[in-house]
Design a protein around this ligand. Structure first.
Ligand code: ZN
Ligand code: ZN
Length: 245
């Protein structure tokens, strides 16, 4: 039997949260799925060694998914340093915007030379395709999230095929992203029916989850604006808790 892999929930909330920290998941201490500001203190409370994080997937350029980057880089300017590379994977302009955000966040620091002590490698994802970030190969597929460049990601990790939706409405691209995965991490913004064209609601999530269950996929819900009613066979992320996959 394959060893269990920990998926630590650093946050499980949507942008409009009910008090949850914004959604961020840490896979096996190595891969971070989105980085809101709240994930940084949560990582510290978790006792995580930042230097084990090798890959950060930023699904799109909304604040609840990327505004943790200035806090992370501040750590590496002031009180941490590392030699091993850190890959930041995200939509076009992720590199430029990361440093613009740092300029806004820490203008005085920038004036005195903003130099994060970490080898940073930005991987910009422009369209559907296969990409490589160091040793990790992954597939990116554009999702349906208003008119933004928003991506879902899929990769193999320790014998599991893992899919992560980021923010999206129901769409054929989401089906394609998650089809045949062992583990599907899927946003569930609305616990009831909603007309929001950029997010999943509970009826849509149930449809998706029942398709995935037939294939034997483990379905995990995150990015919630309220606690939804339980859905059979679905695991719900809870801030600070670990799910083993
Ligand atoms: Zn979001
Ligand atoms: Zn969003």
């Amino acid at each position: 039997m394959t060893d269990q892999i920990p998926l630590v929930c650093l946050g499980s909330g949507a942008a409009l949260t009910d008090g949850r920290d914004w959604s961020s998941l840490l896979l096996d201490e190595h891969i971070l799925l989105d980085l809101p500001p709240s994930a940084i203190p949560r990582l510290i409370r978790h006792g995580g060694d930042f230097s084990t994080i090798e890959h950060i997937f930023i699904s799109h350029l909304h604040a609840d998914h990327m505004f943790g980057l200035p806090f992370l880089l501040l750590e590496y300017c002031v009180r941490r340093s590392r030699e091993n590379p850190l890959y930041i994977i995200g939509p076009p302009k992720i590199e430029e915007l990361t440093f613009q955000l740092c300029d806004l966040a820490w203008p005085d620091l920038r004036k005195h030379g903003f130099e994060p002590h970490v080898p940073l490698h930005f991987i910009e994802v422009e369209e559907e395709g296969e990409y490589q970030a160091g040793a990790l190969a992954f597939t990116a597929i554009p999702m349906e999230h208003f008119t933004l460049d928003a991506f879902g990601f899929r990769f193999e990790y320790k014998g599991r095929s893992i899919g992560y939706s980021g923010d999206t409405a129901e769409c054929v691209e989401l089906d394609r992203l998650l089809e045949g995965t062992d583990v599907a991490i899927l946003e569930l913004t609305y616990p009831r029916e909603s007309n929001d064209p950029g997010h999943m609601d509970s009826p849509g999530f149930r449809r998706m989850a029942s398709k995935l269950k037939v294939q034997g996929t483990t379905v995990i819900a995150t990015h919630m604006s309220e606690t939804p009613a339980p859905i059979e066979g679905v695991l719900f992320c809870e801030d600070g808790k670990t799910i083993y996959i």
